[in-house]
Design a protein around this ligand. Structure first.
Ligand SMILES: *Cc1c(COP(=O)(O)O)cnc(C)c1O
Length: 251
């Protein structure tokens, strides 16, 4: 996509986020939504364009692609304050690669106790300066689809407690879902968003937290406005900013 187009599309997306946020009912008190620009399949130059237009948070769903993009010379040189979100399925044998990514901000897809334990250990052993706990989200499989990763909704709270009680090198910031694609809003609210908001409420109640303390990552190009109205505090938007992708089955 030409650079002017990325800037324009980014600005249009940010406007739509503001408008949706303004429409959020007053009883929904989760944090203000933040945009994660999903750059998967797109070249480093596109990331630089969006960065220079003001975007800081970016998302990638393949370990190898994240590693390559985050260490691309143009990005290292021009995007000093970039913040990468890993949003794909993470296998334990790829942990070492992900945690060394320059500018890694958060892993949004912790979907098992085993993965959480391994990340905790790996982060403990990582040698870097000024190390803070690694920020993570718990991925919830709200749709129950076989092909999707994530804990079952009713296992979310116990994974949350496990991390808080036992894994000091992880900072669990909230919950995330991908959910079913192509929900027909004429049939009513998106059940995936309803379910994730219930997980969010359960965590807040059980741990005496306010709604804005626990992040909710849901909503993509097709439905980020609905997600924001329902309480999303992180929207992951790719094609609306960078244009459609060639590669199939990226999720
Ligand atoms: C690709 C992807 C997105 C963004 O999808 P778009 O429809 O292009 O906005 C969001 N979240 C995850 C986990 C993805 O893999």
């Amino acid at each position: 996509m030409a650079s002017a187009d990325i800037k324009t599309a980014l600005e249009a997306t940010l406007r739509r986020i503001e408008i949706a946020f303004a429409r959020r009912p007053s009883d929904v008190t989760t944090a203000k939504p933040r945009l994660v620009a999903v750059s998967k399949t797109k070249p480093a130059e596109d990331v630089v364009e969006a960065y220079e237009a003001g975007q800081r948070h970016f998302g990638e769903n393949y370990v190898q692609e994240l590693v390559e993009k985050a260490s691309h010379p143009a990005i290292l040189e021009k995007c000093k304050d970039i913040k990468w979100h890993f949003i794909g399925h993470l296998q334990t044998n790829k942990i070492q690669k992900v945690i060394k990514v320059p500018g890694l901000e958060m892993i949004e897809t912790v979907d098992s106790e085993k993965l959480a334990n391994s990340l905790n250990k790996a982060w403990d052993q990582l040698e870097t300066d000024n190390k803070k706990p690694l920020q993570i989200l718990i991925q919830v499989n709200t749709s129950g689809e076989e092909a999707k990763s994530g804990v079952k909704p009713d296992e979310t709270l116990s994974l949350y407690r496990h991390i808080v009680d036992n894994l000091p090198n992880l900072h669990v910031k909230g919950v995330m879902t991908i959910g079913k694609f192509d929900h027909d809003y004429a049939t009513g609210p998106n059940e995936d968003f309803v379910t994730l908001m219930q997980c969010h409420t359960d965590i807040c109640k059980a741990n005496n937290l306010t709604a804005s303390d626990v992040l909710v990552s849901m909503g993509m190009s097709a439905d980020f406005e609905e997600a924001i109205i329902m309480g999303s505090s992180i929207v992951r938007v790719g094609s609306s900013i960078f244009g459609t992708r060639q590669r199939k089955s990226e999720c």
